[in-house]
Design a protein around this ligand. Sequence first.
Ligand code: TYM
Length: 388
Amino acid sequence: MEELNVTPWEVSGRLDEAAYSKLVQRFGASLIDDKILEKIKSYTKDLHPYLKNRLFYAHRNLDSLLDGYKKNEKFYLYTGRGPSGKMHIGHLIPFRFTKWLQDKFDVHLLIQITDDEKFMVKEKLTKEEVERIKEDNIISILSLGFKPEKTHVIADYQSAKTLYYYATDVAKKVTVSTIKAVFGVNDSDNIGKLFFPSIQIVPAFLLSALSGERYNCLIPYAIDQDPYFRVARDVLPKLGFEKPASIMSKFIPALRGQTTKMSSSDEMTGIFLDDDEKTVKRKLMKYAFSGGRDTLEEQKKYGANIEVDFAFNSFMTLEDDADKIDKIREEYSRGEITSGEMKEIAADTINRVLEQIRKNREKVKDDLDKFMFDEEKLRDQLKRENKG
Ligand code: TYM
C-alpha cells in the first residue's frame, strides 16, 4: 500500500477515514467533537454544514481561543491560497468556511497569496504566469463576499517588505532539520523551500506585531497545510506571540477517485470555477468517481459508499442547506437515489454556486485595491480600534 504522505507540496496515499484519524494523531491535533461544537454554537447560534458534517474535523487550541474570546481577548482569522493555476471547488472550502466565521465573529481576516511559494515550488511556472493567476484567484476569493473594511489580502511579492522583515525573526528560530523533517524537504530540493515556511508563518502573528497588542489567531485550512502551523506553534512563543489556533478540513476527493487531491495544474482532476454548465455536467457524468454499486439492484440493496463518491462530496461542499444534505445522504446511502441521479443533483448545486461566483467576480474586479494589504493603513486602523 502506498505510504500516507501529506505535506503542502505532496499528498499521496489513500485518504479515507482511517487515514484522516491517523493524520490527526500523527500531527498531534484534536478531533472536532460534540463538546467543541456546542461551544462554537454558543457564539454562532447555528453550525455551518462543514462542522455538522465534520468536513472540518480537527483543530488545535480552538477551545482556548473561544474561552479567550469570552474574556474579551481579541482574535483574527488567517487563511490563504497559492496561485498555481485555476481554482477548483475544493479550494472554496476553507474560504467559504472562513467567510462564515468572519460573519459570525465580525473579526479581521488576513488572506495570504503565496505567489513566491508557487514560483519556487512549481518548476515550470514563470513569474509572469504566477502574477496573472494571482489576480484571477484573488478575484474569485473576494467574490465570496468578505467584509471590505476587515479583510486584508497580503500578496507575498507585493508585500515583501513587511513579510520579509518579520520572516527573518521566524527563520532565525527554525533549524534546517526541522524543515526537512516536517516538510519532507531533502538535499536535492531548492533552498527556497527551506526558507519559504517563515513567510507563511508571519501572518499568524502579524496583527499582534503591527499593533503591539495581543491578538489570538485562528487559521482554517485543509490538512496539507498543517506543517506550516506546527512549526508556527513552536516558534511563536519564542518570539513573544501566542500559539495560533487551527481548524482543519479533509480534502474533497479528486474527480476520478480518492487517491489524489484535485490539482490546479491538471484540468481533469476536478471541477474548476470557470467550468461552464455543460462542462460541469460532462465531467460529472463521464468521469466522476462513483460510490454507487455496479447494478441498480445492488444499489437498491446496499446503497452507495458516499465517502468515495465525487458527486456527493462536491454537492456537500457547495450546498448551504444542512437539512437537504442530510436528506440526500440518507437517501443515497440507502440506495433510494441512483448514482446518475446523484450526479444530476450535484450538477445543479455546483452550477448554481459557480454562476453566482461568475456574477460576483464582475462586481469585485475593479475593487481589488480596497482589499489589498497596506501596512500603514492597517496599523492606523488597529490603533483606532484599540483606543475605542
Ligand atoms: P493552496 O492554494 O494549495 O490551497 C488553498 C486552500 O485550499 C485547501 N485545499 C483543499 N481543501 C479541500 N479539498 C481540496 N481538494 C483542497 N485542495 C486544497 C488548502 O489546504 C488551502 O487551505 N500555501 C498555501 C497558501 C496559504 C495558506 C495560508 C493556506 C498561505 N497561508 C494559511 C491556508 C492557511 C497554498 O498553497 O494553498
